[in-house]
Design a binder for this molecule. Structure first.
Ligand code: E4P
Length: 221
């Protein structure tokens, strides 16, 4: 499973890129708004220059014509930009048209396997099932990832990749990997948590203390 960072924060994206584990970025209108009143195009272009992999950014329009106009413009911003189009009838029609023009679409706000089937048949490059938001309303978000992956596997001609989205904690990430999600897009805080383990911290401290006792301040270099 590949890892994307789910943020529009440049500092966090730069850190993720330095860690060498992030191969793409996803944003959405809420995440962009968190960064203040920015120049949207400039921000997306900056993100695209930091991360060589796909950078998803979303349209605001809610009708097919508006989505198409926005998406065609966004697609010109950078080579690695991917346009996020919301699931639904308008979004499905827009996805099919954009895919026909060779524009990569991330079919977002996906909450059912049926929507994921539409994403695949419309030619979306990615589909984003939102795990956390399903958990929030008392459903089992991870079940959607499991079902969707199972269904996609039945039809090898489907090339759409599933991005486990709305990830809230490292357990979501682990479960998505076990279910076979192609990608998980993780908030920065979750990325930091993934690296952490108390036994790693105590292990480092203990090694340092044992070394210090015998070797003092002698270092390897
Ligand atoms: C995915 O691409 C979305 O940006 C994101 O995962 C939404 O997550 P949230 O439900 O935490 O807002």
């Amino acid at each position: 499973m590949r890892l994307f960072l789910d943020t529009a924060n440049l500092e966090h994206i730069r850190h993720g890129a330095r860690l060498g584990v992030i191969s793409g970025v996803t944003t959405n209108p809420s995440l962009v708004s968190k960064e203040g009143k920015v120049n949207y195009k400039k921000l997306v272009q900056e993100i695209c220059s930091i991360v060589p992999g796909p950078v998803s950014t979303e349209v605001i329009s809610q009708d097919t014509a508006g989505m198409l106009a926005e998406a065609r413009e966004i697609a010109k911003w950078a080579k690695n930009v991917v346009v996020k189009i919301p699931a639904g009838l308008e979004g499905t029609e827009a996805t099919a048209a954009l895919a026909g023009e060779g524009i990569k679409v991330n079919y977002t706000l996906c909450f059912s396997v049926n929507q994921a089937i539409l994403a695949a048949r419309a030619g979306a490059a990615y589909v984003s099932p939102f795990v956390g938001r399903l958990d929030d309303i008392g459903e089992d978000g991870m079940l959607l990832i499991q079902d969707l992956i199972q269904v996609y596997r039945e039809y090898p001609e489907i090339k759409t990749e599933a991005i486990a989205a709305s990830i809230r904690h490292p357990q979501h990430c682990l479960a998505a990997a076990r279910a076979g999600a192609h990608i998980a897009t993780v908030p920065y805080a979750v990325l930091l948590q993934m690296a952490k383990h108390p036994l790693t911290d105590t292990g480092i401290s203990r090694f340092a203390a044992d070394w210090q006792k015998v070797m003092g301040d002698v270092k390897n270099i």
